[in-house]
Design a protein around this ligand. Sequence first.
Ligand code: NAD
Length: 289
Amino acid sequence: MIIDGKGLAETIKQELKDEVDEIRKQGGNIPHLAAVLVGDNPASASYVRNKVKFCEGAGFESTLIKKDVSISEEELLEIIEDLNGNEDIDGFIVQLPLPDHINEHRVTMAIDPSKDVDGFHPVNFGKMAQGLDSFLPATPYGIMTMLDRYNIETEGKHCVVVGRSNIVGTPMSILLSRKSKPGNCTVTLTHSRTKDIASECLRADILIAAIGIPKFISSDMVKEGAVIIDVGINRVEDASRKSGYRLVGDVDYDAVVEKASFITPVPKGVGPMTVTALMMNTLKAAKSK
Ligand code: NAD
């Protein structure tokens, strides 16, 4: 079965809109998300556009702050300070990656954890790891929501996560190993130094690929009936497209689709669910005021 991330995102957007309409009727606090975009990376610009569009669809307020690539770290930190103190803004994100002259860790650390709707701040990460209430990192939260809404059984399953980034692989491995639903998996976290990654993947009931290498997961790395979550978003040249490129995942979709019990496509799989999770966090931030 193909997991329709885009369709599920639309369903949840409508649910969020209904909730926001109710808040509006009662004169409550309308969720307001701000996004800071530095430079002109086309992928980043497209992600931020999608986030602003989702806000409009769900009845949220949004503010886009665009800055030239030449902005200094100090200037960016000042913007973050302003957003931290701005009562009108419930949550905000600084779209990554940032230019090389800006220290991403320092920027992440400057965001008030109570407005960190991307869930990247170590305070939120630490709370997540201990199973405490927090903003979950957007992509893993989107994937957990997907597993939940598709009623995919995770308890007692063996989950293999490929990639150990702070924003996807590592938090995914923590969330799925927690005593929760979805959760209760036995998790193997694999990465660039894993010895025999193919045989690790072959043992997976649930395989989560977050590497950033087109079609890395081939059919012979996948067990019959496995659940495949493809997080990768890779641009590959395609002269037949007007844009000159197309998006592919980290999984060789055409080769794996027949073997999988569930699989997410790229695009229209995990991507829209990441945006959805960001909005769920923003509503949570607005309601906690
Ligand atoms: P990253 O570059 O920070 O981390 C990649 C990870 O893959 C590293 O931990 C590394 O150890 C591992 N890796 C690299 N080469 C490997 C190899 N040969 N074998 C095994 N492991 C290897 O990446 P990230 O930020 O986690 O993103 C991963 C992919 O997911 C990218 O394509 C990114 O664009 C995409 N992404 C998608 C969404 C979404 O919403 N769909 C969100 C975030 C990231």
